[in-house]
Design a protein around this ligand. Structure first.
Ligand SMILES: Nc1ncnc2c1ncn2[C@@H]1O[C@H](COP(=O)(O)OP(=O)(O)OP(=O)(O)O)[C@@H](O)[C@H]1O
Ligand SMILES: [Zn+2]
Length: 634
């Protein structure tokens, strides 16, 4: 994000390369062939030199054509009816006998200058090859503003534009939330506006700032806002643009870019996707990493080369700080780290507010509902949500964007568009049973997140979904809540077992998530009696990717077995609990199944109507608090 419209590696340039190499070899082959063609001149038949000499001695030759390396003789029979020509290659050493012999036999001698065309024939292919080579080099470097030019650049002069800066209009108030990050970056504004002030007192201002955060959290936006606030030129590139085929081109680009930024100082350089060049050196797969290493070294050299008074700030963005080469993080380089987080509810509301400024909303209060119902959404996702909502409104020819448009857009962004998937009736029934199980369990579990809606319309990868609404953030999770989560997660499967007598593969994801959660409860949070508060994790969670990085386990096999047993216990307990809740309320659950099957999507009010005794809807007793990163759908 943030660099759309710029050159991405691999977009068709592969095809272009093949084309170039194809052309190249075609020309080469033509050259070889043409040489061969012009050498084997047709006409006279080629014979050994001794044969030609014998013909001369025998007096059969009437004329001889002396060429540079060959002799062509024309013979005539006594009656001159048949004229024949023979060609022989003359010995490299020369033959002093030849001329006297020809004169002796009265042969007409012709000596021709070598044909001009043959010289051209030899040189022309090489000219073509050189031209293709130069063109190829230019192509490769053409799109790179400020490549160091290499061979072709030196020969053909600079078609490469200088790195160009933009003037950004974005300011800090366009960045919602991220208060801490904004504060840290804002300190640089004064430095960029008035570097002398800092120089006078010998203050060292950081030149390299690393913006760390998940995709779409506004790293690019924040960098632009800094440029906008300080009103300085903004040089923007992406790490992937530095990786080129010719070693040294990327490094040259870096040099050019820093040069331009220094000239334009005070200024800002922004390098997106720093991890694509800044990976730990010498860990790539296979060879061919010279280019990246050179580029990285060049960046390090440029960072080191900053004099304290040079008012150039380099901002780099990454969502993989763990893979960065440690050299990049040393003092004097990217030594200041600013972390951007996924927005919490208030920040989501603010982001929605910023991007909905110019949108005709039916009711601005809908944005509060959306902010509550979009945990885990990044700023970019929220922006996208509003755009989808506007599109939905336009499609139905509405004047304003309604709450339904927003809800539809939210589901679309979260889970992909509605899939027109042919679902067999019995499958649909099972789906309704499964989702009704989740929904009922969530409804009857005290302290669970409030329900938002339930649907059996397939979207993206999910076949159905039970959506919970997060009302406010929760930063710690108590055990009862987590056990309730396990029950809710497993209740889909329990409902299938209870009402249909069999289970299906539909619970695959539920079981995986329940197991993960149970493992955390046991191995991280010490929520089992037998094991107690010991960190028994087998792997470290990656801060952003949600992935586990394999690590050696440092506890005994017996303990590992205990962990497994505790996890199984937790899950079995939860399942039993789910079955008991569903059994207790079975008639109401069945009512929910029927209603869900008929309507396919039920709102919270409709869910409540099914699940209250005798359809008597009692005043809402909503549990307090929701959880920020709770599973939004089950
Ligand atoms: N905090 C925010 N306030 C307002 N808008 C935001 C915020 N975060 C993201 N956005 C919107 O999302 C879009 C994408 O954000 P941006 O490109 O800055 O993210 P990024 O962190 O650089 O992502 P990536 O890592 O994918 O490059 C921006 O155009 C911006 O409009
Ligand atoms: Zn499920």
């Amino acid at each position: 994000m943030g660099n759309s419209g710029q050159k991405q590696p691999g977009d068709g340039s592969n095809g272009l390369q093949w084309l170039i190499w194809g052309l190249f070899s075609a020309v080469l082959m033509m050259a070889v062939l043409s040489n061969a063609l012009f050498d084997t001149r047709t006409g006279p038949s080629t014979v050994p030199y001794s044969v030609v000499k014998k013909l001369i001695r025998d007096g059969q030759v009437v004329s001889a054509d002396l060429q540079e390396h060959a002799i062509v003789v024309t013979t005539s029979e006594a009656n001159a009816a048949k004229v024949e020509a023979f060609r022989a290659v003359t010995p490299a050493q020369g033959d002093p006998e030849l001329l006297p012999l020809l004169e002796q036999h009265n042969v007409e001698i012709r000596a021709e200058a070598p044909a001009g065309v043959s010289l051209l024939t030899y040189i022309l292919p090489w000219i073509v090859i050189l031209a293709v080579y130069l063109w190829l080099q230019r192509r490769m470097m053409g799109n790179i503003a400020g490549g160091n030019g290499g061979l072709a650049g030196g020969l053909l002069g600079g078609r490469f534009s200088k790195p160009s800066a933009t003037r950004e209009k974005v300011i800090f108030s366009d960045v919602a939330g991220q208060d801490q990050a904004k504060k840290e970056v804002a300190e640089l504004v004064d430095f960029l506006r008035d570097p002398q002030r800092f120089e006078r007192v010998g203050a060292k201002v950081p030149h390299g700032v690393l913006l760390v955060g998940p995709p779409g959290t506004g790293k690019t936006l924040l960098a632009k806002a800094l440029a906008g606030e300080a009103d300085v030129p903004f040089f923007s590139t992406s790490g992937s643009e530095f990786i080129e085929i010719f070693v040294g081109v990327g490094a040259g680009r870096v040099r050019k870019m820093f040069e331009a930024a220094r000239q334009a100082a005070p200024s800002i350089i922004f390098i997106d996707e720093l991890d694509s060049i800044g990976r730990t050196r010498g860990t790539g797969l296979g060879g061919g990493h010279d280019e990246r290493e050179q580029t990285l070294n060049q960046i390090l050299a440029e960072l080191d080369g900053f004099a304290a008074r040079e008012a150039v700030v380099v901002l780099a963005a990454t969502n993989r700080p763990d893979v960065l080469d440690p050299a990049l993080l040393r003092p004097g380089r990217f030594d200041r780290h600013v972390t951007l987080n996924l927005p919490d509810k208030a920040a989501r509301r603010a982001i929605l507010g910023i991007h909905a400024r110019d949108l005709p909303l039916e009711d601005p209060a809908d944005l509060d509902v959306m902010a509550a119902g979009t945990p885990g959404f990044s700023g970019a996702d929220l922006k996208n949500l509003l755009n989808e909502a506007a599109i939905t409104a336009a499609r139905r020819n509405g004047q304003r964007i309604s709450r339904d448009d927003l809800g539809e857009a939210r589901d679309k962004v979260m889970m992909g568009t509605v899939r027109s998937l042919a679902i067999r009736p019995e499958e649909k029934h099972r789906l309704a049973v499964h989702e009704a199980g989740h929904t009922a369990a969530a409804y009857f579990t005290p302290g669970a997140d409030p329900l938002y809606k339930v649907t059996i319309i397939p979207r993206g990868h999910a076949l159905g979904g039970t959506h919970m609404l997060m009302e406010s953030e929760r930063h710690t999770l108590d055990e009862a809540y987590l056990r309730g989560q396990l029950v809710t997660l497993l209740a889909g499967r329990s409902a299938e077992k209870l009402l249909l007598g069999t289970v299906s593969s539909g619970a695959d994801d539920d079981i995986r998530r329940a197991t993960e959660l149970a493992r955390s409860m046991v191995a991280r949070w010490g929520m089992t009696e037998g094991l107690g508060p010991v960190d028994l994790r087998q792997s470290e969670d990656h801060p952003f990717l949600g992935q586990s990085i394999a690590q050696p386990r440092n506890h005994a096999d017996a303990t590992a077995a205990q962990v497994d047993a505790a996890i199984i216990d937790l899950l079995k307990d939860a399942e039993a609990q789910a079955v008991s809740v569903l059994t207790e309320h079975r008639p109401r659950v069945e009512r929910l199944v029927a209603s869900l099957e008929a309507k396919e999507t039920l709102t919270f009010d409709e869910i409540r109507q099914c699940l209250e005794p005798d359809n008597k809807v009692t005043p809402l007793k909503r549990p307090k608090g929701g959880r920020e990163d709770a599973p939004p759908d089950l």
